[in-house]
Write a protein that binds this ligand. Structure first.
Ligand code: ZN
Length: 490
């Protein structure tokens, strides 16, 4: 191809031509969700970014093995290897089997991804399903001298590794500062150095998720699953590893150290990271009250949202920015994205109604090349979208009788337009039959709950209970809150 695909490699800090190790096969690993809560906006961006890469690589003719994991064990409440496993904590609080928590949120994650038209990965391995592999991986690192056992736990020896290799090469962090950081020497610390991280943690007696190992009944550290499962399914060295920028340190830095200590070399050739999403200029966070789940976006049921936003609006909005830049969500920006999305689909609809002429007075022959060029330039989706809007202008001119298009040009335009908009950007027409506008149904549920609220205020418990129980039977989860009520589909 004239302009081969170039992607920005976080490790080398420059755009590099993408050349797969085993053409036509491409191995691609992306860090997936931790499943102890509903998918939120922060999950949508990496999922959509790497969905675009997956789709585009396939469009270029590669066979892609796309692995996206499920973190269901070892993700601790506080960073730095301390605290309770988040899945286990949720299970304890809700009196559920941990795998019940995992399955519930995995199902909901899949549903949200499907609505965003994110293709399922080729393999979706669970950390808890790869304990044996992780134990074997730790044994190798221990054998090579880059880890130590301490009180039933196993820690990665960062200072020793850093003497032989370079800990910090991905994130650019100055490891000397990290290593010399002061610490309390209370004699209780299992780690030899605060920079060391857990490969295996001995489980406290009340801990409900644990497995036998040569060192203790325990569980693997979070960073280990991705090194282990990446190499298990994609080989000792594979092409692409992706994730959000927030994972560069410590998660991906630790992954590199683990695989170098295990295999003698980094497992990954191209490290790719999507930038983060802010909401009204602020970082997302539970404590900031701007932590909006995808379902809340789809139904509009969050106090920061002035309306519901459809999955395609969210997807289109994310694609209007390059994945390497930040994206700020606000109602105004989303409303603009919704309009742009609708305008684009109107263009497509009009395109299919155009009548060809003998000759073309619009020049659309370049569209295919320009769109490929933009995608080849580190997946520049906003430029692709701009080119498609340019084409919409030509379509409107022909539609208004101010220009003509030949049959051959028309066929080519249709083919390019649909390839880029539907196949590569993964947009579909939500207004078409098969996809339903849920807004009237949602308003009907709100109306029922208003009637119930009114009944309650009149102490008409029979009506209030009837509405609540019938809605529960139908499949709605209704919660009373300080200001009224909340509901979601169970
Ligand atoms: Zn990971």
């Amino acid at each position: 191809m004239e302009h081969p695909l170039h992607i920005y490699n976080t490790l080398t800090r420059r755009k590099e031509q993408f050349v797969p190790l085993h053409e036509p096969l491409v191995g691609m690993y992306v860090c997936g969700p931790t499943v102890y809560g509903d998918a939120h906006l922060g999950h949508a961006r990496p999922a959509i970014t790497f969905d675009i890469l997956f789709r585009y690589l396939r469009h270029l003719g590669y066979k892609v093995r796309y692995v996206r994991n499920i973190t269901d064990v070892g993700h601790l409440e506080h960073d730095a290897d301390e605290g309770e496993d988040k899945v286990a904590k949720k299970a304890r609080l809700e009196k559920l089997e941990p795998m019940e928590v995992v399955q519930y949120y995995v199902n909901r994650y899949h549903k949200a991804m499907e609505r965003l038209n994110v293709l399922p990965p080729s393999i979706e391995p669970f950390a808890s399903g790869h304990i044996i592999e992780q134990i074997e991986y730790i044994k190798e690192i221990l054998d090579h001298g880059y880890a130590y056992e301490s009180n039933g736990s196993v820690y990665f020896d960062v200072p020793k590794y850093n003497r032989d290799f370079h800990y910090g090469k991905l994130s650019g962090r100055n490891i000397d500062e990290l290593l010399s950081a002061t610490r309390q020497l209370d004699g209780q610390q299992e780690k030899h150095n605060p920079a060391d991280f857990a490969l295996w943690k001995k489980a406290a007696p009340e801990h409900i998720m644990h497995w036998p190992s040569p060192w203790s009944e325990g569980f693997p550290g979070w960073h280990l699953e991705c090194s282990t499962m990446g190499q298990k399914y994609l080989g000792e060295t594979f092409d692409i590893h992706g994730g959000g920028m927030d994972l560069i340190f410590p998660h991906h830095e630790c992954e590199i150290a683990q695989s170098v200590a295990h295999s003698g070399h980094d497992a990954v050739r191209y490290w790719m990271h999507n930038n983060m999403i802010t909401i009204n200029g602020q970082k997302m966070g539970k404590s900031l009250g701007n932590f909006i789940t995808l379902d809340e976006f789809f139904t509009g049921s969050h106090k920061l949202l002035s309306q519901a936003y459809s999955p395609m609006t969210i997807r289109f909005f994310i694609l209007q920015a390059h994945y390497g830049g930040t994206v700020d969500f606000s109602n105004e920006a989303l409303q603009a994205a919704q309009k742009a999305y609708e305008r684009m689909l109107d263009g497509w609809k009009r395109l299919n109604e155009l009548k060809p002429s003998e000759t073309s007075s619009v020049d659309v022959t370049d569209l295919d090349r320009k769109c490929h060029e933009a995608m080849n330039d580190d997946l520049n989706t906003p430029i692709v979208i701009a080119h498609l809007f340019e084409a919409c202008k030509a379509i409107n001119l022909v539609n208004d009788g101010k220009a003509t298009i030949s049959e051959a040009d028309l066929d080519q335009l249709k083919s390019t337009f649909s390839t880029f908009l539907f196949d590569i950007l993964g947009i579909y027409d939500e207004r078409e039959s098969g996809s339903v506008n849920l807004r009237p149904y949602e308003e009907a549920v709100d109306l029922l709950l208003e009637i119930r609220k009114d009944a309650k205020s009149r102490k008409d418990w029979a009506t209030s209970d009837l509405i609540r129980n019938r809605l529960a039977e139908i499949g709605f989860d209704v919660k009373d809150t300080k200001d009224g009520f909340e509901w979601k589909v169970k």
